[in-house]
Design a protein around this ligand. Structure first.
Ligand code: NAD
Ligand code: DAU
Length: 380
């Protein structure tokens, strides 16, 4: 039985990851450490926490004493660090919080792991490590910066981040590598492209667009909508992390993505069309709409769910033009590939959002409205 510390697992990807690994491996235990910021929701993982195989601790990855206590109590073999401030637009408003959580929080976890896992010194003075331990850092393709019209990010692409968020994630990657080079710490890093799927907080493009359509609101597209992201269904990302954590060599870095590049405007148009068509085929779904005008036959109208909802708004500062992952290394070394096509994944995601309105209501019941007004009244 291996015990994992998984940080940030009340958030989007971390929650999907613990569901995935608990179902896949019956010989692991998971301790979730999460501060439950605006992006964390205990309800998302409530069904997974059973205090036998899955435990929850509310706390900050920057808290050294707490980290030491958890290592002493649970004797972790594996740390998977998802915890982060993850939203680029928020990092433009408040960079310091991103540096604090994403850089110092990561370094604090690395130190706690080092205190717990070092068993001695070798003849050259390097620390020796408990067998089978691993610190895995969940990173992002944004560390590479922005691509022009051609080419892809490989693991050799120089790091060249632009936003405070991506600069903080890059710094964290450098620290993780520094602990490997300096102390021979067993680490790994995955750098993934844009995820979509269940439990994504509706500040991110896809769930925000779905939420706005249901509310009959305009759909804000930054700039001209021509920026390109490489979309990956979240479960495929979870699988990649699991493979890297369990199979990859110490010190390895893997890009994760699936040759699924789309312009933002294409994503928005596809989401509009899909919701419209689902509601046409399943009239009961129309009850989810806030706008409840009826046609002559007494059906709730959906003809307004069209591209006229799109509104082009002020661009994000320093907006990266294009991300595109070359996933050859993880494919060749570990046999990973994205199993969910975008056409299937986007429909699953939209359906999940439609069918989980209670979850959406729950996670947006706090400061979401204030956030939305602040970020989007400035842009229009
Ligand atoms: P998220 O914002 O949905 O979740 C982040 C979680 O971290 C939340 O549960 C939050 O409560 C927790 N958290 C924040 N600060 C904390 C702290 N100081 N201590 C403990 N917990 C804290 O993020 P996400 O989209 O699930 O991303 C998870 C990780 O994956 C991040 O490291 C992000 O950089 C990386 N990543 C995300 C994507 C993506 O498309 N979302 C793609 C590649 C990499
Ligand atoms: O590439 C991986 C990254 O993907 C992760 O590291 C980040 O944590 C994650 O948030 C995501 O970053 P992006 O900035 O790409 O995701 P976001 O959903 O915020 O935006 C996707 C694209 O859509 C981006 O080009 C900005 C644009 N956009 C976004 C929002 C919220 C809009 O046009 N309108 C919007 O309202």
């Amino acid at each position: 039985m291996k015990t994992y510390l998984v940080t940030g697992a009340a958030g989007f990807i971390g929650a999907n990851y613990i569901k995935y690994i608990l179902a896949k491996h019956d010989d692991i235990k998971v301790v979730v450490l999460d501060l439950l910021t605006y992006a964390g929701n205990l309800g998302t993982i409530a069904e997974d926490i059973d205090d036998e195989r899955c435990f929850f601790v509310k706390g900050d990855i920057c808290d050294a004493q707490l980290a030491d206590e958890l290592f002493a109590k649970f004797k972790f073999e594996v740390v998977v660090n998802f915890a982060a401030e993850s939203h680029v637009d928020r990092s433009i408003e408040n960079p310091q919080l991103f540096l604090q959580t994403n850089i110092l929080g990561t370094q604090n976890l690395l130190d706690a792991a080092r205190r717990a896992w070092v068993t001695g010194r070798d003849e050259k003075g390097y620390p020796t490590w408990r067998k089978g331990v691993r610190f895995h850092q969940v990173s992002t393709d944004e560390v590479y910066g922005s691509l022009g019209e051609t080419g892809f990010f490989t693991e050799e692409t120089p790091l060249n981040p632009h936003s405070p968020y991506s600069a903080s994630k890059t710094s964290a990657d450098h620290i993780v590598c520094a602990y490997h080079d300096t102390y021979h710490m067993p680490v790994s890093i995955t750098r993934c492209s844009n995820n979509y799927g269940p439990y994504q907080f509706p500040e991110k493009l896809i769930p925000l667009i779905i939420k706005n359509i249901l509310e009959g609101k305009q759909l804000p597209v930054y700039g001209e909508g021509t920026n390109i992201r490489d979309w990956l269904y979240v479960e495929d990302h979870c699988k990649a992390i699991d493979m890297v954590v369990t199979q990859a060599k110490d010190g390895s870095i893997y890009n994760v993505g699936g040759h699924n590049e789309r312009q933002n405007i294409q994503i928005v148009k596809l989401t509009i069309r899909t919701i419209h068509d689902m509601m046409e085929q399943e009239p009961a779904l129309r009850n989810l709409l806030k706008k409840q005008e009826k046609d002559a036959e007494g059906n709730i109208r959906i003809d307004w769910i069209n591209e006229s909802l799109i509104t082009f708004v002020k661009d994000r500062l320093g907006h990266d033009q294009r991300y595109g992952i070359d996933p050859s290394k993880i494919k060749e070394d570990l046999g990973w590939y994205p199993e969910t096509t975008f056409e299937v994944g986007i429909v699953k995601t939209i359906r999940w959002n439609l069918e989980n309105q209670a979850w959406i209501k729950d996670v947006t019941s706090g400061d979401y409205q204030k956030y939305y007004e602040k970020m989007y009244s400035d842009r229009c």
